[in-house]
Design a protein around this ligand. Structure first.
Ligand code: ADP
Ligand code: MG
Length: 756
């Protein structure tokens, strides 16, 4: 017999075809992965089925015999329709329907017996199962064993893939459980005792092979704990390793740039800003590299806090890099930082302050000349602050003395990218990560678990409230009223955003009489750039789930046309912004909106993060049901930033209960922390953690980060893991945990390489 461990590839366990299917469709590569593939539900153990007693809508698993079968071709469709009639001992009947007879017809011969599982439907007055899962008994002996087992155990139902039905997966899992000699036990016995956990081996049996009266719950709990514990062990080790690094202490300087900046700040810092500022000053002055996450509500003033930290390191002779996820945001940061700094940003220039510095901007799409100048400024140390996109991470970008790395909107960057920037310092630089999406504690503890966190809870004084309404877009007068409201706000001198879920086609009916200066569309081949090699293209228009919609979603182009043709908006200047426009046009449009040369900006989610125009008072989100909760919250945060009350109108044509519920939740509260927790309940973790963090390896399998119960599991596992690493940093006494950690890191590495 072959020696199987949890790390063995599945090909050692099963034939190539199913192994490939499991890997490709379910991301299962090893035997351990298979163990972590949990059943979706369980069929209750049962007696031999009385077919006459079945009721429509029931999930059933019947044991029965094929009475007869027939197939016929279908009109207008490929394949043959197969109908199989089952019978039980007492003369009851049940139909099975397969829309593709292929593969089933040969097997489902009269007289064959087996398990058949599915949801009971009704067609033509007869009960039936459509495309049931089934497993035939091959001979009398097996039949008896199988039936006995059916009576003593619940039958797990796995999510099937292709021809790999739940039954087959179940058999593979059972085979794996029986073939692996020793199931790993990553959790130390003391911890198991304290937390009241079952062993991992028992947990796997409970989950995959629960007995007739057994509750798989404790098994699932144990697997969740396992996942959390291994993750937290990795984080604890990371933290430990970071503590061993030494950074150059950056001591505050009296009468320096920071002092000059503070002196001319047009507002008072909030108590929170002050407090976080003190923490940062202290950590920057330390030999231990700072590794801190700064989170806070949209508009809570994180950027000012980060800028003050940057100025502090410049005062100490170092440089700061600010990494932004998109070009729009990088350009925006560059503009707002230079404007906040005023003449302090004209270091070395005539008319500049004598304590000033230089701010450089480095992005992928800028011209060669500007780029070379920025590179030179960074390398020579002339630039105290270098703002940029991913372009900053590239190898040839060098700094004279990089002291602080600030990462904005971290959820769009992977840990690896953070590390790449960190390597650009002479010694490890201090790192400050800012996120504008408030992060629930569960996510903070997992994704950012190796960092310390600071939170800005209050908004700067004088912030105006935002009102949110859901607009039923199927009611024409509601829609009219929406655009009237936009017109009213514009009439009062304010501005509006209209966000659409997609860019859409240009459309044939575009009015060529439009002012080409304001319509970037008319300048070049839109659409050609859709798959351009722009390194950031996948960050653009990170749009809501595209798939699954039957309705045509409203595109930016269509909306622009409609609004320009809308008499209510006569004379209103409307522009457009999306990721397929070239960088120059995007920049120009943003500038035009910032300087109020445009009244309304029709855009995709490119404006989701960080865009800051205090004069904007309305945010209309079209097809709002297609956006995630956090995304809507982000979008809403674009208004109400000045002293003008904000209005957010969520338009939807989706009357479904979930859509209504989600939108109602957004309308009900502006508490970003609460919303991001709710968001986690509605969406898959990977989506919330951001595209770059999702996929195999980086997401969680068992934990549900939106659940309060799971928050406790993570917190417990965190205590246990950090405690363990404190007493046994190398885990010398815990070989199984070392193996589990290695398996997890391997996966993350593989996922990283796949993403490229
Ligand atoms: P965040 O990055 O957290 O979304 P910003 O730093 O961009 O928030 O701040 C939003 C706006 O509030 C900016 O225009 C900023 O200048 C302003 N601001 C920041 N701090 C204060 C404060 N303490 N008082 C008044 N306005 C502030
Ligand atoms: Mg910001």
């Amino acid at each position: 017999m072959i020696e199987l461990t949890e790390d063995s590839p599945l090909t050692k366990l099963v034939a190539k075809a199913p192994a490939v299917l499991l890997a490709k469709n379910k991301g299962l590569e090893t035997v351990g992965d298979l163990f972590d593939y949990l059943p979706r539900r369980y069929l209750p153990p049962g007696q031999l089925t009385d077919l006459a007693a079945l009721a429509p809508g029931e999930d059933v698993m019947v044991v029965a015999e094929v009475d007869h079968a027939s197939s016929r071709s279908m009109r207008g469709r490929k394949g043959r329709l197969l109908t199989v009639v089952l019978r039980d001992a007492g003369g009851g009947r049940l139909d099975l329907t397969f829309f593709n007879a292929h593969g089933h017809e040969a097997k489902l011969r009269p007289g064959r017996k087996g398990f058949f599982a599915g949801t009971v439907g009704i067609y033509g007055g007869r009960l039936q199962l459509t495309h049931p899962d089934y497993e035939l008994f091959d001979d009398e002996v097996k039949e008896e064993v199988a039936v006995r087992r059916y009576q003593t155990h619940q039958v797990p139902v796995y999510s099937a893939t292709g021809k790999l039905y739940s039954f087959k997966i179940r058999r593979i899992v059972e085979h794996a459980l029986d073939s692996v000699d020793r199931i790993r036990e990553p959790v130390p016995v003391e911890v198991m005792a304290v937390r009241g956990l079952t062993s991992r081996a028992d947990a796997l049996e409970m989950v995959h092979r629960p007995g007739i009266d057994e509750d798989p719950g404790p098994g699932v709990h144990r697997l969740k704990y396992d996942e959390a514990f291994v993750l937290q062990t990795i984080l604890a080790q990371r933290r430990k390793a970071a503590e061993a690094d030494t950074a150059t202490p950056r001591l505050p300087r009296l009468g320096g740039l920071l002092a000059a900046f503070d002196a001319r700040l047009p507002f008072e810092l909030t108590a929170g800003q002050q407090q976080v500022g003190e923490t940062l000053t202290r950590e920057l002055a330390s030999e231990r590299p700072m590794n801190r996450l700064l989170q806070g509500e949209v508009g809570s003033g994180k950027t000012v806090v980060a800028l003050r930290a940057m100025l502090a390191v410049i005062d100490a002779g170092g440089q700061a890099a600010l990494l932004a996820p998109t070009e729009v945001l990088a350009a925006q940061h560059y503009r707002s930082i230079t404007s906040l700094l005023g003449d302090l940003a004209m270091g070395g220039l005539l008319g500049g302050s004598d304590v000033g510095t230089t701010v450089a901007l480095l992005t992928g799409s800028q011209g060669a000349l500007a780029r070379r100048a920025a590179l030179l400024d960074a390398a020579s140390g002339r630039a105290g602050i270098v703002v940029g996109t991913h372009a900053l991470i590239q190898k040839h970008v060098q700094f004279a003395d990089l002291a602080l790395v600030v990462v904005d909107e971290q959820h769009r960057f992977g840990v690896e990218q953070r590390d790449a920037l960190r390597e650009k310092g002479i010694r490890p630089p201090h790192v400050l990560v800012m996120t504008a999406t408030p992060i629930p504690r569960t996510v903070a503890m997992t994704v950012f678990g190796d960092m310390e966190t600071s939170t800005l809870r209050e908004l700067p004084a004088g912030r105006s409230p935002i009102t949110t309404h859901v607009v039923d877009a199927d009611k024409p007068n509601w829609v009219d009223r929406t655009w009237e409201r936009v017109a009213e706000e514009v009439g009062k001198g304010h501005q509006a955003y209209v966000v659409c879920p997609r860019i859409g086609d240009l459309g044939p009916a575009l009015n060529t009489a439009l002012d080409p200066a304001l319509d970037p569309d008319l300048r070049g081949p839109v659409g050609l750039a859709a798959d351009s090699s722009d390194e950031e293209s996948d960050d653009w228009d990170v749009s809501p789930e595209e798939e699954g919609g039957q309705r045509e979603l409203t595109g930016v182009h269509t909306m622009l046309r409609q609004l320009r043709a809308n008499p209510a908006l006569d004379g209103v200047r409307i522009g457009m912004l999306h990721g397929r426009l070239d960088a120059e046009t995007r920049d120009e449009t943003m500038r035009a909106f910032e300087s109020a040369e445009l009244d309304v900006l029709v855009a995709t989610t490119v404006i989701e993060v960080g865009v800051d125009v205090a004069n904007a008072s309305v945010m209309v989100v079209v097809d709002a049901d297609r956006f995630g909760i956090s995304q809507l919250h982000q979008l809403r945060g674009r208004v109400g930033r000045g002293d003008v009350p904000g209005l957010c109108l969520l338009m939807t044509r989706d009357a479904s209960a979930t859509a209504a519920d989600r939108l109602a939740q957004v309308a009900a509260t502006t508490d970003g922390f609460e919303l991001s927790r709710v968001d986690l309940m509605f969406r898959r973790e990977g989506d919330v953690l951001g595209a770059r963090q999702s996929g195999r390896g980086n997401s969680v399998r068992h934990l549900r980060l939106g659940r309060r119960a799971d928050e406790q599991i993570i917190a417990d596992a965190r205590d246990d893991a950090f405690g363990l690493i404190a007493s046994d940093p190398e885990l010398t006494g815990h070989p199984d945990l070392v193996a589990a950690v290695a398996a997890r890191l391997d996966e993350e590495q593989a996922a990283y390489l796949e993403r490229g």
